[in-house]
Design a protein around this ligand. Structure first.
Ligand code: UGA
Length: 398
C-alpha cells in the first residue's frame, strides 16, 4: 500500500478523520469499540462475513472507469472461503458484476454471494444522506445475498429496492447523469435568460414548483464539478459509446457544462478588454461549499484559462487543501476575501461559501483596482452590489 494510505490508517486508528466530512468524526469516536482500521488484508478478513469494496475508480485515458483497484481487492480475497458476500460500493460501469463474478470464481469463491449497493451520498452530507437516504438500491446475485445486505441497513431510514445487478449499476449512473442534466439544462436556460431579459431565479422557482420537475438541482451557476458528476457522466458516455450508441443528450450536457465555465472568462473580457496584465481574484476554490475537495472544481478551469490569458490569479477559500500542482502553484493564496481582492481588476465568486455573504463589500469595492464582480453562483443581491458601485455580473439575471 502507498504511504498516504498508511498515514490515513494511522489517523483513523487514533480517532482522527483525514477528510472533511461533518459528523463522521463523531460517528467514528462513538463506535470506536466496533471499528478497526488496518493495512493488513488478512486481519481485515479474519472475522468478516461481508466485504464492501469502496475503492475509487478514476477515469482511464480513454474516459472509461479504471477498475484495476476493484479487481485487485477482489483477487486479494482469495482463500477467504468463510465469506458470505462481497458488496461493491465503488462507482462501476454496468457489466462489472458479471466480470466480478468471474474474478471471484477464479479466486475459489464461487459459493460467495455478490451484490452491487451503489452510493448516493453527497460530499459534506454523507452521514445524513446515508442515514436518511431516498432509497437503498441492492442488486444481488441471489435472494439470500440481497437479504444479508438489506439486513445491514436496519436502522437506516429509507426504502430498500432490490433488483438485478446490471440495473443497480445503471441506477447509480443514471441518477448522477440526470442530476447533471438538470443543472446543465438550467444553466442553458440561464444563458437564454441573459439574452432575453428574464431572471433565472424566478424561472427556477416557477419551474421547480411543478412537483413533476422538482425544485432540486435547478440552481444556475458556473457549472458542476467534483469527483462524481464529471467522471461519472464521462464514464456513462464512454460506456454507451463502447456499445456503439452515441449518447447525444449526455454529450450535450457535458459540453454545456464545459462552456459554462469558459463563459465567465468571456464576460470578464467583455468588461476589461484584454486580461493580459490584470489581477483577478477567485473567491471559493472547492467544487461546492461545505467540503475541502477541489477535484474537478470549476475554479481550476478558471485559473488555468486566466493564466493562459496573461492574468495574475489571487485566490481565497476557507477550506480548500493547498495543491502543489498547476494551476495552483502559479496563483497566490490569501487568508481573507479583502486581501484577495486588493488591487484586483475583477473578482469571481466561484463557490457559494456563506462567508461571502458576510463580506463588507463596500470596503472590498474600495480595495479593488476596478470594481468588476462576476457572481458565478448568484449569491449576492444585484441591486445592493450595484448600489455599492460594482459592475455586477451574474448568471441568468438581468
Ligand atoms: C453527487 C450526488 O449529488 C450524490 O447523490 C452522489 O452520490 C455523489 O455525487 C457521488 O457520485 O458520489 P456531490 O458530487 O458530492 O454529490 O455534490 P452535489 O451536491 O451533487 O454537487 C455537484 C456539483 O453540482 C457541484 O459543483 C455543485 O456546485 C453543482 N450544482 C449542484 C449546481 O451547479 N447547481 C445545483 O442546483 C446543484
Amino acid at each position: 500500500m502507498r504511504d498516504i494510505q498508511s498515514e490515513r490508517i494511522k489517523l483513523l486508528q487514533s480517532g482522527h478523520v483525514p477528510i472533511y466530512e461533518p459528523g463522521l468524526g463523531d460517528l467514528i469516536i462513538k463506535n470506536k469499540e466496533r471499528l478497526s482500521f488496518t493495512l493488513n488484508v488478512d486481519e481485515a478478513l479474519a472475522h468478516a462475513e461481508i466485504v464492501f469494496v469502496c475503492v475509487d475508480t478514476p477515469p482511464t485515458s480513454a474516459g472509461d472507469a479504471d477498475l484495476s483497484r476493484v479487481w485487485s481487492v477482489l483477487r486479494s480475497l482469495k482463500g477467504a472461503a468463510h465469506l458470505a458476500a462481497v458488496v461493491v460500493k465503488s462507482t462501476v460501469p454496468v457489466g462489472t458484476g458479471a466480470r466480478a463474478r468471474s474474478v471471484l470464481d477464479e479466486a475459489g469463491l464461487g459459493h460467495v454471494g455478490y451484490a452491487s449497493n451503489p452510493e448516493f451520498t453527497a460530499e459534506g452530507r454523507a452521514v445524513s444522506d446515508f442515514l436518511n437516504p431516498d432509497r437503498v438500491v441492492i442488486g444481488a446475485s441471489d435472494a439470500e445475498t440481497a437479504r444479508l445486505v438489506e439486513e445491514l441497513h436496519q436502522g437506516v431510514n429509507g426504502d430498500v429496492v432490490v433488483m438485478d445487478i446490471p440495473s443497480a449499476e445503471m441506477a447509480r449512473m443514471a441518477s448522477n447523469a440526470l442530476l447533471a442534466t438538470k443543472i446543465s439544462f438550467i444553466n442553458e436556460i440561464a444563458n437564454i435568460c441573459e439574452a432575453t431579459g428574464a431572471d433565472i431565479g424566478n424561472v427556477s422557482k416557477a419551474v421547480g414548483l411543478d412537483h413533476r420537475l422538482g425544485r432540486h438541482f435547478l440552481q444556475a451557476g458556473i457549472g458542476w464539478g467534483g469527483s462524481c458528476f464529471p467522471k461519472d457522466s464521462e464514464a456513462l458516455k464512454q460506456l454507451a459509446s463502447n456499445t456503439g450508441y452515441h449518447p447525444q443528450l449526455l454529450s450535450a450536457v457535458i459540453e454545456v457544462n464545459n462552456l459554462q465555465k469558459r463563459r465567465a472568462i468571456q464576460k470578464l473580457k467583455d468588461q476589461l478588454g484584454t486580461l493580459e496584465g490584470t489581477q483577478i481574484a477567485l473567491l471559493g476554490l472547492t467544487f461546492k461549499p461545505g467540503t475541502d475537495d477541489m477535484r474537478e472544481a470549476p475554479s481550476a478551469v478558471l485559473a488555468s484559462r486566466l493564466l493562459a490569458e496573461g492574468a495574475a490569479v489571487r485566490c481565497w477559500d476557507p477550506l480548500a487543501r493547498p495543491a502543489d500542482v498547476e494551476p495552483w502553484t502559479s496563483t497566490t493564496r490569501h487568508e481573507s476575501v479583502l486581501d484577495a481582492v486588493t488591487g484586483a481588476d475583477a473578482a469571481i465568486v466561484v463557490t457559494e461559501w456563506p462567508q461571502l455573504r458576510e463580506v463588507t463589500w463596500g470596503e472590498a469595492r474600495g480595495l479593488m483596482r476596478r470594481p468588476v464582480l462576476y457572481d458565478g453562483r448568484n449569491l449576492l443581491g444585484p441591486q445592493t452590489m450595484r448600489d455599492l458601485g460594482f459592475t455586477y455580473l451574474s448568471v441568468g439575471r438581468p
